[in-house]
Design a protein around this ligand. Structure first.
Ligand SMILES: Cc1cc2nc3c(=O)[nH]c(=O)nc-3n(C[C@H](O)[C@H](O)[C@H](O)COP(=O)(O)O)c2cc1C
Length: 308
């Protein structure tokens, strides 16, 4: 079964509000879950492991009994010195969904599955998908071209078809999914879930500067540039934000610019995906999810967790 039973509870739409550095916090997660989609955040959005534990406790205390599951994102890489301590807290608190980025490690997968949690791993290439499948992950998040954050460059149709040919677990599609019609399309393509980042930046519960949200409204897909210059790994950023910071988007180097530590870079230059083209407002999460559900339905889709 590609749709994990433990993640069906309270789910109104097959949508995950994806983890976003600096942007996702308890308010966004709680509103997402209480309104029927899976809410997630990166553990590193809290400055310390103790702070991370406090957020988990706060989120749990604010969830309705019939809320959808929530999840956390861990960066599995030797640059993340907090990984083991944060993971210990995740295990103690039995977080239902763990999203791993960069490294797919069998021991981490086993530790989460050991308490009944699910592990989804994000990938942008087929080779990484194969490695993660070998590590035993429950789901693969296919980060296609045009996604916000550290995006891939592969066309979503191609990525879903190729990964599905060898992976029978849950498939979560990411990249420029902004409307309920887009969610329906992701399912038609063979995904089990749609993964939405940029659309959720423009909610009142996101931890985002109003000027960031306005820039998303004012941008189209051609205002997004895929570059390693800000973070060292290729990611999508708004050209208007680069220009505001004195960086010429037409003359970006192939290496990381000296912008200080990672948090400062992301705080200064704003990331968003091609999906900005379909975002015209900032609304409360509850309103956004109602709208997504209406659009999903009017696209002729019905949400049925047993369909595969
Ligand atoms: C501002 C921003 C920050 C992000 N930070 C993270 C992160 O910390 N961890 C992660 O796994 N993905 C991160 N992402 C990627 C998203 O989780 C997701 O893959 C992506 O936003 C989906 O594409 P979309 O924005 O086109 O919907 C970030 C994306 C954005 C826009």
């Amino acid at each position: 079964m590609a749709f994990p039973a433990s993640l069906q509870k309270g789910l109104k739409l097959p949508v995950i509000s994806s983890p976003m550095f600096l942007v996702s916090g308890p308010d966004l997660v709680v509103e997402a879950c209480n309104n029927g989609v899976i809410g997630t955040f990166p553990s590193l959005n809290q400055r310390t492991t103790e702070g991370y534990r406090d957020w988990l406790k706060e989120i749990k205390s604010r969830l309705n009994p019939d809320a959808a599951a929530f999840g956390v994102n861990h960066i599995v890489h030797n640059t993340n010195g907090r990984l083991m301590a944060d993971l210990e807290v995740t295990i103690e608190e039995e977080v239902p969904l763990v999203i791993t980025s960069l490294g797919a490690v069998a021991d981490v997968v086993k530790a989460v599955q050991g308490y009944g949690g699910k592990v989804f791993h994000d990938i942008a290439t087929v080779r990484h998908a194969q490695k993660a499948a070998e590590a035993g992950v429950d789901g693969l998040i296919l980060v296609a071209g045009g996604a916000g954050g550290h995006a891939g460059i592969i066309n979503p149709f191609a990525l879903v078809n190729e990964v599905r040919s060898f992976f029978d677990g849950t498939i979560i599609l990411a990249g420029a999914i902004s409307t309920g019609r887009d969610v329906a399309a992701a399912l038609m393509m063979g995904a089990d879930f749609a993964y939405m980042g940029t659309r959720f930046i423009n909610t009142t519960e996101a931890q985002a500067d109003p000027a960031y949200q306005q820039m998303i409204i004012d941008s189209g897909a051609t205002d997004i540039v895929h570059t390693p210059a800000v973070s060292g790994i290729p990611a999508n950023f708004m050209t208007k934000s680069l220009i505001e910071n004195g960086i010429d988007p037409r003359a970006l180097p192939e290496h990381k610019l000296d912008m200080g530590e990672e948090a400062k870079a992301w705080k200064t230059v704003w990331s968003a995906g091609h999906g900005v083209a379909a975002i015209h407002d900032v609304v409360p999460v509850a309103q956004l999810i109602d709208r997504l559900a209406d659009e999903f339905k009017s696209a002729g889709s019905e949400f049925d967790t047993k369909r595969r």
